[in-house]
Ligand binder design. Structure first.
Ligand code: KIV
Ligand code: ZN
Length: 531
């Protein structure tokens, strides 16, 4: 990383980030704001895998985490900073010395590193949360941005809860941050309160009123509490002149989530006639990224979700199908293949060889770490192909996710499962688990075969966790499909998700449950401050 000390009287944006007026910087915060969503916390390996995929997607900036929040986050940022070369890697930092130094240290190996420092500026947040006066917030802004700019060339400043801040005061804070060297100014709608036209005009007024506004790139960061995060972000771009959008894959994020990357990118691309701007995103990687994030976090994408939902390009009505066959643009405004949906859904079967499997992984944008990983995934593929005649893209992605999950330190692994259920009888299940190097067996009864199996696991796991979500999803439609199960567990205020897939949904449930239990056990190191 270029650590040249900056002259605080000038604030030229570092070259990589000077967006020409017709280029929109895409700042992805799936690994930071997205991860703050209860249950979406990820391991270091999972974050690294997603960061690699974000680089393939060609996002400009990857916000990899919040270095000062925990040892786990610090290390995740550092390993992402060491690996990613084409995207800028960013760490969040509160506006204090400890956070900023931790961010700089975590980013030290980065080819391009950015410190993103923030402080709240709304009367409510300053008085009730920070217990600081406006003058103290101004002082802290100055100290924080100046220090960050001494450590890196690329500094973003966010005024948390900007949209509910008093305009005159916000102008003073922003002017000061730019004077101290901030190269990007972010105007968050932290609580999702904005309305598109009002937010766009707010941003435009700020840019008109701040005297040194043209020395920074302006950015939008909108939450989705009223379902308007994407609309507000686009208004910030069109009306307000923002040239950076902060967003997450699948709109992942706290509460109702953040602005969805895929929707903003495809809106700007599909309506280039209106927006007159472009992004550098490789849109053909959108679907693979969406699936990776969904399978890693266990946050299922709703079927009617724009761009990446299973039905987003499905035409069920006869009139629509007839129109599409005559001319695609009668009912389609985007091409499914442009966002990564493949026309050829059945990909492989049990006669497919390793090369065909490897080629398909490549086409799906999946990169496994080594030949050994490919071999292990291929062995699983063969095993699945023996049980299921047609292997779909979704099956391949699920088994890769499972293969990746298996690489984490496993406290519990499923060795065998058998269960018996009959109408009118109480179902019973027997599981064999590998635990701390030895095999243990337990039998239990339950309401149904899934309940019995999970109770049998608990005989040995004794987790004391509460299940807050259990969902089953057919990966590819028919009854021959694999079931993908998501389990969400809560213990002592911590929430984790586990995902498992198998043609047998009882086995898929046991795998998902064990995946969540393994995360609960391994999570202790990840506990730390949250924004
Ligand atoms: O929503 C928000 O205000 C944030 C800031 C930390 C940028 O996430
Ligand atoms: Zn946010």
């Amino acid at each position: 990383m270029d650590n040249t000390t900056a002259d605080s009287s000038v604030a030229p944006a570092s070259e990589a980030f000077v967006a020409s007026t017709d280029t929109l910087v895409i700042f992805d915060t799936t690994l930071r704001d997205g991860e703050q969503s209860p249950g979406a916390s990820m391991t270091r390996e999972e974050k690294l895998r997603i960061a690699r995929q974000l680089e393939r997607l060609k996002v400009d900036v990857i916000e990899a985490g919040f270095a000062a929040s925990s040892r786990g986050d610090f290390e995740a940022i550092r390993s992402i900073a060491s690996t990613i070369k084409d995207s800028t890697v960013c760490s969040l930092a509160r506006a204090n010395e400890r956070d900023i130094r931790a961010a700089a240290e975590a980013l030290e190996p980065a080819a391009h590193g950015r410190i993103h420092t923030f402080i709240a500026t709304s009367p409510l947040h300053m008085e009730k949360k920070l217990r600081m006066t406006p003058e103290q917030v101004l002082d802290q802004t100055k100290i924080a941005v100046r220090l960050a700019r001494q450590l890196v060339n690329d500094v973003e400043f966010s005024a948390e809860d900007a949209y509910r801040s008093e305009e005159d005061f916000l102008c003073r804070v922003i002017e000061l941050a730019i004077a101290e060297g901030a190269t990007t100014i972010n105007i968050p709608d932290t609580v999702g309160y904005a309305i598109p036209e009002l937010y766009g005009n707010f941003l435009r007024r700020l840019r008109e009123r701040v005297p040194n506004a043209d020395r920074a790139i302006w950015s939008v960061h909108c939450h989705n509490d009223l379902g308007m995060a994407v609309a507000n972000s686009l208004a910030g771009v069109k009306i307000g002149g923002a040239r950076q959008v902060e967003c997450t894959i699948n709109g992942l994020g706290e509460r109702a989530g953040n602005c969805s990357l895929e929707e903003v990118v495809m809106a700007v691309r599909t309506r280039a006639d209106y927006f007159g701007i472009r992004t550098r995103i490789d849109t053909t990687q959108i679907l693979a990224t969406s699936r990776l994030v969904s399978q890693t976090t266990g946050f299922v994408v709703q079927p009617n979700k724009a761009i990446v939902g299973a039905n987003a390009f499905a035409h069920a009505s006869g009139i629509h199908q007839d129109g599409i066959m005559k001319a695609r643009d009668t009912y389609e405004i985007m091409r499914a293949e442009d966002v990564g949906w493949s026309a050829n859904k059945i990909v492989l079967g049990k006669l497919s060889g390793r090369n065909a499997f490897k080629q398909r992984l490549h086409e799906l944008g999946v990169q496994l770490d080594s030949e050994l990983d490919i071999n292990a995934a291929f062995a699983k593929f063969k095993d699945l192909a023996d049980r299921k005649s047609e292997i779909f893209d979704e099956d391949i992605l699920a088994l890769v996710t499972e293969e990746n999950a298996a690489k984490h330190p496993e406290h519990f692994a499923l060795v065998a499962l058998s269960q018996h259920s009959e109408m009118g009888e109480t179902p019973e299940a027997t599981v064999v688990l590998a635990m701390a190097g030895k095999e243990v067996t337990a039998t239990a009864q339950g309401n149904g075969p899934v309940d019995a199996s999970l109770k049998a696991i608990e005989v040995h796991a004794q987790s004391g966790a509460e299940m807050v979500l259990y969902s089953v999803n057919a990966i590819s439609g028919s009854t021959e499909s694999q079931g993908e199960v998501t389990v969400r567990l809560q213990r002592s205020g911590r929430i984790v998700n586990g995902v498992g897939a198998d043609p047998d949904i009882v086995v898929a449930s046991a795998k998902a449950y064990l995946c969540a239990l393994n995360k609960l056990v391994g999570q202790a190191e990840h506990i730390g401050a949250q924004v």
